[in-house]
Design a protein around this ligand. Structure first.
Ligand code: SAH
Length: 227
């Protein structure tokens, strides 16, 4: 999979892709993440990418010209499955969205800033708008990092244990069951006996029950979907 992220702060996005699972995914050739500096597409001497809001009001707006030049350049080199704009008024990012994105070959992610981007970009150039939650960030970079992390870990071969992503929360609309590791007892706090029993089928049953219980308690909205 190829992910091209258009940003005015490529340096801000370097670190998340240089560690742990995301780094390994790139090393294994399972994903290629390119950070594209939007300012490189500004024809302005000061590399300006924003301007005052038409009609007045506080805050700057990202201009269409550099964004269009950048997207058109990328599109001239390959076909993209989605051109995504990170935006608080976009479709809420959910596990099923990430599952779908992880099946795509080439995507562009555009990070906004300031008051946002010129509406014509959204109308004519963007194919999907994604929000990571009902709160406002100062820029789209952290949202892009969150979204790309959740996509990349789903690519076949990225996680060592292939089934591990499938048993995570939100797959099947259930929250994950509790997990434990050594020591078996700490401060008198014990690990549930069943996990030490070696009975695989019983352990699976216990985990499923805990999943159901936890979903019902913490996310009745999800629980209703599956029951
Ligand atoms: N004026 C806009 C907010 C702009 S915030 C509004 O009220 O809707 C600046 C940029 O941060 C946005 O262009 C977007 O790319 C990014 N951003 C902010 N909050 C976000 C969220 N919840 N999800 C995804 N991107 C977000």
């Amino acid at each position: 999979m190829r992910i091209d992220i258009i940003t005015i702060h490529p340096d801000l996005l370097e670190s998340p892709f240089k560690h742990s699972i995301l780094k390994r995914a790139a090393q294994k050739g399972l994903v290629e993440v390119n950070l594209i500096n939007l300012r490189d597409y500004s024809t302005n001497k000061q590399k300006q990418v924003d301007d005052y809001t038409f009609g007045g009001g506080a805050g700057m707006v990202m201009m269409i010209e550099p964004i269009a030049a950048c997207i058109n350049h990328l599109k001239s080199e390959r076909t993209y499955d989605e051109i995504i704009y990170t935006s608080p008024d976009g479709e809420l990012l959910q596990q099923k969205t990430c599952n779908h994105f992880s099946t795509l070959k080439n995507i562009i992610v555009l990070c906004g800033h300031y008051k946002g981007i010129d509406e014509r970009v959204r109308e004519y150039l963007i194919t999907k708008e994604i929000s990571i939650g009902d709160y406002v960030l100062s820029g789209g970079e952290l949202a892009a990092a969150v979204m790309c992390d959740s996509i990349i870990r789903l690519l076949p071969g990225v996680l060592n244990d292939e089934t591990s992503a499938l048993t995570d929360s939100f797959q099947d609309d259930l929250l994950a069951p509790p997990v434990y590791t050594r020591p078996q007892e700490f401060n008198g706090w014990k690990v549930p006996d069943i996990l030490m029993s070696g009975h695989t089928a019983e352990i699976e049953k216990w985990r499923h029950e805990r999943s159901l219980e936890r979903t019902q308690q913490r996310r009745p909205d999800l629980f209703k979907k599956t029951n």
